[in-house]
Design a protein. Structure first.
Length: 82
């Protein structure tokens, strides 16, 4: 399963940043595929943190080349309940 393979590849490097991988989802919406990675940590996650994680994840996924379709990478933070 793509989600499991992606998680295995990225979990270690992201954890080294002090961030947890909460969820990995690969879905098709309309004509586009999305790889959605949800991240979490004790401190709030801002857009800059999502960009940093993207810069770590992109080369790993490019090198592994496990997703043959063209896709949109979406890194977001876990929604915090009040």
């Amino acid at each position: 399963m793509i989600e499991e393979k992606v998680r295995e590849l990225i979990e270690g490097p992201i954890q080294e940043m002090g961030i947890d991988v909460d969820n990995v989802e690969y879905v098709k919406e309309g004509s586009n595929y999305f790889l959605r990675i949800t991240i979490d940590r004790a401190q709030p996650i801002d857009v800059d943190t999502c960009v940093e994680v993207t810069h770590v994840v992109n080369p790993i996924l490019d090198e592994a080349d496990i997703i043959k379709d063209s896709y949109i990478l979406d890194i977001s933070s876990k929604e915090k309940g009040d």
